[in-house]
Ligand binder design. Structure first.
Ligand code: 5GP
Ligand code: ZN
Length: 112
């Protein structure tokens, strides 16, 4: 499958890794929108949040555990944002489920 993030998982495309285990990979976004901008992805291909179901949601729960762990370990647990863009109208450019973990600046709300 011609998927950028699957290629990052299998090492075909290099990434700046932050965390890795059997099911989850976290790496720095190549075009950061905040001083901390990490992408968390399942190693298995899930296209977007719209594809989450009872069969695959355990990895999503694990991604959120990892996000909280990274926030604590990197010292920004008091202020961060997690975002997943789902579909073209929400600005999803890579069609492999990912969560943006951002910190290190103030974030406006509602997001544009
Ligand atoms: P989306 O727009 O789908 O919500 O987020 C995709 C994210 O992937 C963007 O923030 C973009 O900067 C990042 N990205 C795209 N290509 C690469 C890449 O080759 N390496 C890394 N580390 N990030 C990428
Ligand atoms: Zn993929």
């Amino acid at each position: 499958m011609d998927c950028l993030f699957c290629k990052i998982v299998n090492g075909e495309i290099p990434s700046s890794k932050v965390y890795e285990d059997d099911t989850v990979l976290a790496f720095n976004d190549i075009n950061p929108e905040a001083p901390v901008h990490i992408l968390l992805i399942p190693k298995t291909h899930i296209t977007s949040m719209a594809e989450i179901n009872g069969e695959n949601s355990i990895v999503v729960a694990h991604i959120f555990e990892v996000a909280a762990q990274i926030a604590r370990e990197k010292g920004f647990a008091d202020g961060f944002r997690v975002v997943s863009n789902c579909g073209d109208s929400a600005g999803q450019t890579v069609k492999h489920l990912h969560f943006h973990l951002m910190a290190g600046r103030d974030f406006g709300w509602p997001a544009g």
